[in-house]
Design a protein around this ligand. Structure first.
Ligand SMILES: [Zn+2]
Length: 557
């Protein structure tokens, strides 16, 4: 008996991302797999008795999109926070905070996200925030999430008004009066205030990478399913069927597993073991255990996340040269060359993939050195280690990335001026002399470095359509090369490239017979949509594992 389709998508402009069969009109799904890809007539012949037919009406049909770098749990939680993107100046900030505080009288910390580094035209202080809301703790996060600004009430309640010694790279900025100014640099500095927010279980995966303390109860887990489900729903509406999370612990996987048991897991999720610099290589046994316990097409681990540096705007990105505005300062790496190489070698030996946040060219170089050291000890293997962000790179390191097969995980929406992020202060912090080495994409692609694209949500908007527009239509910095790439290469970085980076290209990232039934239907033909309008396109339907997990029509009805 021939297998019949239970779901058919017809009349589409199907971009399969399969080189052997790049274009089609229709796709048939049976259960959780793709049954066939072909013409309208070929696919219609496969319809079973109760087959659901979806008319794509000439719109683009793609493999389910792969978001290769995000923070799902945090993103889900932050959908309920005060949103500050585009808010500027004391008056607007004051109004936003007071309104939010009034409508959220019970939240233990007034949390805002998307705060501009330049919101007052200078560094924000606790006194600025005290003037707005003196009697309740306030913590605002920069869009990049690396820097936070707290008021005095928050610093006092968290016990850090007098400062505290932290591990390198983290800093509670102190004022001339011997007290904290309110600026908190990097995750360890923000953690004491985050703990007050009641979201410490959600943020443990990024703040420490350890398991939440005290151990979560069944009620905690049930309540944490709410923001996680909110995050998943947000991703489904954006066509994302595979999510590579970039922070985590076993608890994050437990929450996702609980949602799976309730039939509410709407995307495939990978969660890393987050190796912070208090760890030793022996701790990678935890990563191996996570990877053994969670190892199917819905929930998996299999990789280790590191941070090598911070971000450009706060001067915590690690540079090869001095910051132009701070002679003598190049940033403080989060791992020494020896400790990173030792950890990378052990992770590689265990067969784990490695992904390292490295923004400055100095951090990027140190990560490449560590990967080279791992290969020298363990020998070559199909490791596909990754570097996240690469906002600045010394061009001599590009061929080294290609030679070692290192994947470049790029966030097109992070390019200053491309989407929501302003040009300044970032471009001045980098310095015009280095703009030609900043936010590379075409140069990496042409050198043969595999690319994956992502948003880093909630750092930037999760919409891959906005990411695609950013990659197509980003600014060319004065005196620098044009780093734009074409639409098909961009789509590859959200599909087959993402699957390659997960070692799942044998079943994901293409529309091909036998592959997982992950499909996205857009609301128009992306190839004929003007590039400055692609970001305003919408996802009509998202299908993951053969199930419709987002349906714009049903939502509108
Ligand atoms: Zn990230």
């Amino acid at each position: 008996m021939t297998i019949q389709a239970d779901l058919i998508i017809t009349n589409g402009r199907v971009l399969t991302m399969d080189r052997n069969n790049p274009r089609a009109e229709a796709v048939a799904l049976a259960g959780d797999r793709i049954l066939a890809v072909g013409t309208v007539d070929q696919i219609a012949a496969l319809a079973g008795a109760d087959c659901r037919i979806i008319d794509a009406k000439g719109a683009t049909v793609l493999p389910g999109l792969i978001e290769s770098h995000l923070h799902l749990f945090m993103g889900g939680a932050e959908l309920a926070h005060l949103q500050l993107l585009g808010v500027r100046g004391p008056e607007a900030l004051g109004r936003a905070i007071r309104d939010y505080a009034a409508t959220n009288p019970d939240c233990p910390v007034v949390m805002g996200q998307g705060c501009d580094y330049d919101i007052y035209g200078r560094a924000l202080t606790r006194h600025d925030l005290d003037a707005i809301l003196p009697d309740r703790p306030v913590l605002l996060l920069a869009a990049d999430h690396h820097t936070g600004w707290a008021n005095t009430a928050a610093l006092e309640a968290a016990g850090i008004l007098q400062g505290r010694t932290l591990t390198p790279g983290n800093e509670i900025v102190m004022g001339d009066d011997g007290l904290a100014t309110g600026e908190l640099r990097e995750f360890e500095a923000k953690a004491p205030v985050m703990r007050l927010s009641g979201e410490h279980r959600i943020t443990a995966g990024i703040a420490t990478g350890a398991e939440p303390e005290p151990a979560p109860t069944a009620d905690d887990l049930a309540s944490d399913c709410i923001p996680m489900a909110r995050g998943l729903a947000h991703c489904a509406r954006h066509g994302l069927t595979s999510l590579v999370n970039m922070d985590g612990n076993i608890y994050t996987l437990r929450v996702l597993a609980a949602l799976r048991d309730q039939g509410k897991l709407t995307a495939r999720v990978r969660i890393p073991f987050h190796y912070r610099n208090h760890r030793t290589p022996a701790d990678l046994e935890i990563a191996s255990r996570m990877s053994a316990e969670f190892n199917d097409d819905w929930l998996s681990s299999g990789f280790v996340k590191f941070f090598m540096d911070g971000v450009v705007d706060s001067g915590t990105a690690v540079m090869i040269n001095d910051y132009p505005d701070t002679p003598g300062w190049r940033g403080d790496p989060l791992h020494s060359p020896e400790s990173f190489a030792a950890a990378a070698t052990e992770a590689d030996r265990r067969g784990l993939q490695i992904a390292v946040h490295a923004i400055g060219d100095g951090a990027v170089r140190r990560v490449i050195d560590g990967y080279a050291a791992a290969r020298a000890v363990n020998g070559p293997r199909d490791a596909r280690h990754r570097i996240e962000h690469i906002e600045l790179i010394d061009r001599s390191d590009i061929p080294r990335m290609a030679d070692l097969g290192i994947i470049a995980s790029i966030q097109p929406c992070h390019v200053p001026g491309a989407l929501d992020f302003p040009m300044q202060p970032t471009l001045d912090k980098i310095g015009k002399a280095r703009w030609d080495d900043a936010y590379l994409c075409r140069s990496l692609h042409e050198a043969g470095v595999p690319l994956v694209f992502a948003s880093d949500w909630p750092v930037a908007d999760a919409s891959p359509l906005r990411g695609i527009q950013a990659a197509l239509d980003r600014p060319v910095f004065d005196g620098a090369r044009d780093e734009r790439i074409d639409l098909h290469d961009i789509l590859a970085a959200y599909t087959i490239g993402g699957a390659y980076a997960e070692h799942t290209e044998d079943r994901k990232g293409m529309l091909r017979q036998g592959y997982l039934a992950d499909v996205v239907i857009l609301d128009a033909d992306i190839e004929t949509t003007p590039k400055d309008r692609i970001g305003s396109m919408r996802v009509q339907k998202t299908i993951c594992g053969g199930q419709i997990v987002w349906d714009a029509e049903a939502e509108a009805a």
